[in-house]
Ligand binder design. Structure first.
Ligand code: 4EH
Length: 229
């Protein structure tokens, strides 16, 4: 069973269109779609926005539906200036930029007995790079930082870049990374850029959410062809 997770309805819809949904299960104030793609069994859902929602949905996919991998598809704000709207990025690792226990002497993002960075699966990332090569498209690799905030300021964005070395921002990756680390399940994080996370990002986001969600969904489907359950 492969888990496919998004945060927003708009991110999941273009993925759902491309698979064969066989069953819909309402559970925990959410809707889970069982589906098939080329004889592979999938469980899909959008979690709703943010770290708690995405962590809960990832947990349910693993614990209730038996997901052996979690693949995330969606959009992100750019931090690196070479990332333009519509570009694709895969995470090498994810982190939570809003975790702050510095008063106790811990580094930003660190929770005792947990970690600052959660690694994404190297094999899945290698498959992604192969697929990108075959499709002749640019695919960036970098750190994705998450927090329960929509970032729309140059200053905040620069702090996240400097502190975590992040290339892009979202509101879920660090949470799903944490859950998949806890359960030791391979995690793949794919995002297409929707905005630059600076002043005016909200306007760009609304304009490009649909388009960039489609870019991410299309790439994910190409990848699914190369993945075993
Ligand atoms: O799930 C949330 C969405 C924005 S909040 C995180 N997603 C999109 C990624 C993202 C992002 N995260 C932080 C894209 N750009 C980002 C940014 N900062 N600049 C939302 C969007 N629309 C309506 C309500 N909430």
């Amino acid at each position: 069973m492969i888990g496919i997770l998004c945060a927003m309805r708009e991110e999941l819809e273009p993925v759902l269109e491309k698979v064969e949904v066989t069953e819909i299960i309402e559970y925990a104030r959410n809707r889970f779609y069982k589906a098939k793609f080329q004889n592979k069994n999938l469980i899909l859902a959008y979690s709703k926005i943010g770290k708690v929602n995405s962590a809960t949905t990832a947990t349910i996919m693993i614990e209730k539906f038996g997901a052996k991998k979690i693949l995330f598809s969606g959009v992100a704000g750019a931090i690196d200036s070479d990332l333009k709207i519509g570009d694709l990025i895969i995470a090498t690792k994810t982190t939570q930029h809003d975790v702050d226990l510095r008063v106790f002497g811990y580094e930003p993002g660190y929770i005792p007995e947990s970690r600052v960075f959660f690694d994404c699966d190297k094999k899945l990332n290698d498959i992604a790079k192969k697929v990108a090569n075959k499709m002749g498209i640019k695919l960036k690799e970098g750190i994705i930082a998450s927090g329960d905030q929509f970032i729309h300021s140059k200053e905040k964005k620069e702090w996240i870049r400097k502190t975590f070395g992040a290339s892009a921002i979202d509101m879920e990756g660090g949470a799903v990374g944490c859950v998949t680390w806890i359960f030791d399940v391979p995690f793949f994080m794919l995002r297409a850029i929707s905005d630059t996370a600076e002043e005016g990002a909200g306007v760009d986001f609304d304009k490009f959410l649909e388009e960039s969600s489609e870019v991410s969904a299309k790439f994910l489907i190409q990848m699914l062809k190369e993945i075993n359950e």
